[in-house]
Ligand binder design. Structure first.
Ligand SMILES: Nc1nc2c(ncn2[C@@H]2O[C@H](COP(=O)(O)OP(=O)(O)OP(=O)(O)O)[C@@H](O)[C@H]2O)c(=O)[nH]1
Length: 202
């Protein structure tokens, strides 16, 4: 029986409290928006299946708490993670400054991963304090992709989730291919060693 998908990936959303992590997930999973800030306690997740490069990809997206006091079991969140969405609020310079800290947390917990940087609440130019150019320069210096989104007005949300999933998928296909080539090379080596041995024995 078909399991209904070709790949299953786990994505994690991190960033300061109040930047809109839950709102981004709610927009993506249910196409809804809630004007209230209900602090996430611990972790929550949603699942969606996307079609990318003709593959059915099931994504399990974990929404973590931004508040320090709810982040006592951080390393367990990272277990089995394929990609991380780091969110800041374009109307809050402090949340952008803290992005460095979140990137360090990723490094400390799981090393190199597919990461995307997201400037959320990009729906009121008068309130915007983090310039797109500054964010882009920073993202380029870290070699990660930048998206500016609005969970409220549904701007860039779908594109952002598709993009990180595509990154993860392409990375997985590349790794599988390399492993396959390595396996083939090992089998070839074993075979040639065997035939050499046989030659010696005769
Ligand atoms: N204007 C605007 N407000 C937003 C947007 N996204 C979220 N908000 C508001 O920002 C507040 C915080 O949003 P949440 O999604 O709860 O933030 P969070 O990052 O999950 O917060 P924690 O669970 O505490 O880590 C809420 O009042 C949201 O309505 C957006 O795109 N635009």
């Amino acid at each position: 029986m078909s399991r209904g998908f070709d790949h299953l990936f786990k994505l994690l959303i991190i960033g300061d409290s109040g930047v809109g992590k839950t709102s981004l997930l709610l927009r993506f999973s249910d196409d809804a928006f809630n004007g209230c800030h209900i602090t996430t306690i611990g972790v929550d997740f949603k699942i969606r299946t996307l079609v990318i490069d003709e593959k059915r990809v099931k994504v399990q997206i974990w929404d973590t708490a931004g508040q320090e006091r709810f982040r006592t079991i951080t390393s367990t969140y990272y277990r089995g993670t394929h990609g991380v969405i780091v969110v800041y609020d374009v109307t809050d310079g402090g949340s952008f400054k803290n992005v460095r800290r979140w990137l360090d947390e990723i490094q400390n917990n799981c090393g190199v991963l597919n990461v995307i940087l997201v400037g959320n609440k990009n729906d009121d130019p008068e309130k915007k304090v983090v310039a797109t150019d500054d964010a882009r320069r920073f993202a380029e210096s870290c070699d990660i992709e930048l998206f500016e989104t609005s969970a409220k007005d549904n701007i860039g949300v779908n594109e952002m989730f598709h993009s990180i999933t595509r990154q993860v998928l392409r990375d997985k296909i590349q790794t599988d291919k390399q492993e396959d080539e390595q396996k083939k090379a090992t089998i070839k080596l074993i075979k040639s060693n065997k035939s050499k041995k046989r030659k010696c024995c005769r």
